[in-house]
Design a protein around this ligand. Sequence first.
Ligand code: NAD
Ligand code: MG
Length: 382
Amino acid sequence: MSKTVNILGSTGSIGRQALDVVSRLGGWEVASLCAGSNAQLLEEQIRRFKPRYAALLDERAARDLRTSVADLPVKVYAGAQGVCECAGVPADISLNAIVGMAGLRPTLAALETCGRLALANKETLVAAGRLVTAKAQEKKVKILPVDSEHSAIFQCLEGAPEPRPLKRIILTASGGPFAGMTRRELEDVTAEQAMRHPNWSMGAKITVDSATMFNKGLELIEAVWLFAAEPSRIDILIHRQSVVHSMVEFIDGSVIAQLGVPDMRIPIQYALTWPRRFRSPVKQLRLEEYDSLTFEKPDDETFGAVSICRRAAARGGLSPAAVNSANEEANALFRAGKIGFLDIARLTAAAVDAVPAAEDYTLEDVEAADLLARQAVLRQIA
Ligand code: NAD
Ligand code: MG
């Protein structure tokens, strides 16, 4: 099996692991690479994987990169438009591992030309699920989830006949570093503490999202779009060991789960090679090494993020986009030490009301909602 692939966000946590997977698969061709501003790492990746196209969001970094790879036959684009140019390079598979709302236009650009979209950028589906799934359907492009929970659900559903006899989806959550803490204790936690995730090593934004539980709320909305599931049919369980990556329950009471060691290279590889499976370098799962696998109800009274996302999903329209962007802004403010941990959910919940729900929406509406939600967050702390 040998394919051409575009990796968007190649210098990040998922992007680097995706290139590791691609290099081990052997014989795959990388058509384009793009990232935010890390010219040095992108240069190394270009020298190793020899894509024909590359881009950096940061124009100055892109200029530096152009100079440093002048000896290679690679065209280097710059800016948000340049990132979309790379996303739209024809390839069998585009893997979008850009973080945040910035991934939306590249996702739509990729859907125009790729054969399959391997999607790590969950914010794309949260903010504009209707636009993205409609475009994928129109272009007959299959979306393969990279998010470990959604890869698990996808795998559990494989082979189920249509209409699916599905009763509910059970999303598992590690609970992050602060599971079990009280609101009083959460008041003083720092970004540095939030960055210490017990099971996964990930980019900064999603690590903080895991601590606030917004990651699980966003994943709930992601699942609504990927699996055409009612939000009320998606339950969440805290499972601290991150071994059971998620489950589905069928109407006959049968529950199917997907298990594995917490290593993102498993879902990344499956999104690339589906429906085939290949060897991977991940550690073998040895269940006998775990004292127990535990499951508990999440404490949403304390964290609040999941119910904010549930409300937005129920309201529909632009509400999930508003939650997504307000959270993204508040998450960044917390990481910059400008607001407290509990402010993230408080500011996000309030910002959602600043955006009209609007049943039907366009890309421009989503981008306007993005701006409104961010401004609402900033106004509250001014
Ligand atoms: P990261 O911060 O490590 O990497 C983000 C990448 O996107 C970097 O290469 C960065 O340069 C690039 N980027 C940022 N803004 C950009 C822009 N405007 N244009 C082009 N490139 C841009 O993040 P990550 O942890 O790799 O996460 C990426 C996505 O995958 C997120 O949506 C996250 O929710 C999702 N995800 C990550 C993990 C994980 O284990 N890291 C697991 C599940 C889902
Ligand atoms: Mg996940």
